[in-house]
Design a binder for this molecule. Structure first.
Ligand SMILES: NC(=O)c1ccc[n+]([C@@H]2O[C@H](COP(=O)([O-])OP(=O)(O)OC[C@H]3O[C@@H](n4cnc5c(N)ncnc54)[C@H](OP(=O)(O)O)[C@@H]3O)[C@@H](O)[C@H]2O)c1
Length: 245
């Protein structure tokens, strides 16, 4: 049964994985046997995160690029090609938050959040899928949505629009690429304790609201999503397409 979830021999690129949920996904996939590629914009943090995984006995390397910069993404994939590195699993995880009432929201901030949380999955996903299709042995793409893929709250309009878009982008990718043996799905986490939520965790009112309204009555921890990522990266999900968990 464990073979279904075994990722030995697979290479996974996880964007935004020097910390937070992305790092937990990298740890989870590495623990299931994958070679992992850690990404972020800060070279030092990416190198440290890859070293942290290697120190735990995993096969990990760093790759620095900005997921919103198509030229940089294309160059990163060309660099992998040159080294013979083939991506079997892509997790489009990089994301940012920007909390402002919509009437005060600047277009540049709207655009930055949409670019980072939605357009990036298209830019990176396109490069990964192109190569998966050409190799002919399929692959796995997981796009990270949010509970805001399904529900809205005040002050996070661009994030909500982007994460709603991620759910449907995954379905669009699945509709085009499932025929090539590529499964594309979304993980839509609830409230998880990461840097992104530091201000909310430290706000007693918001913290109380999360604990009161969440069925589990607590915040989630990044490592609690590892299993879902392993499932959607593995043979266990070979006929699962376009879903959001
Ligand atoms: N935490 C939650 O409760 C929660 C809930 C639902 C969904 N999510 C989603 O889960 C994902 C991870 O969130 P998190 O909570 O782990 O956030 P986080 O701790 O703030 O980490 C975000 C990661 O994304 C990277 N990143 C941001 N912009 C980037 C860019 N342009 N290019 C490359 N990397 C970039 C950051 O690296 P650098 O800044 O160093 O480049 C960092 O590693 C996001 O998509 C987020 O929307 C989180």
């Amino acid at each position: 049964m464990n073979d279904l979830f075994d990722l030995s021999g697979r290479t996974a690129l996880i964007t935004g994985s020097a910390r937070g949920l992305g790092h937990a996904f990298a740890q989870g996939l590495a623990g299931a046997g994958a070679r992992v590629i850690v990404n972020g914009r800060n070279g030092e943090q990416v190198a440290q995160a890859a070293e942290h995984l290697r120190a735990a006995g995993h096969d990990a390397r760093g790759l620095v690029f900005d997921v919103t910069d198509e030229t940089a993404v294309d160059a990163a994939f060309a660099g992998l090609d040159a080294q013979g590195v083939e991506i079997d699993i892509l997790i489009n995880n990089a994301g940012i938050q920007h909390r402002t009432p919509m009437v005060d929201l600047a277009l540049k901030d709207w655009q930055r959040v949409i670019d980072t949380n939605l357009t990036s999955a298209f830019i990176v996903g396109k490069q990964a899928a192109k190569r998966m299709i050409a190799r002919g042995r399929g692959g796995k793409i997981i796009n990270i949505g949010s509970l805001t893929s399904e529900a809205a709250r005040a002050t996070v309009a661009p994030y909500t629009a982007a994460k709603g878009g991620i759910k449907m982008l995954s379905r669009a990718m699945a509709a085009e690429w499932a025929q090539f043996g590529i499964q594309v799905n979304t993980i839509g986490p609830g409230y998880i304790q990461t840097d992104m939520n530091t201000a909310l965790i430290n706000n007693p009112e918001f913290d109380a609201w999360v604990k009161a309204s969440n069925p589990a009555k607590r915040w989630g921890q990044p490592e609690e999503l590892m299993g879902t990522a392993i499932f959607l990266s593995s043979r266990a999900s070979d006929y699962v397409n376009g879903q959001i968990i």
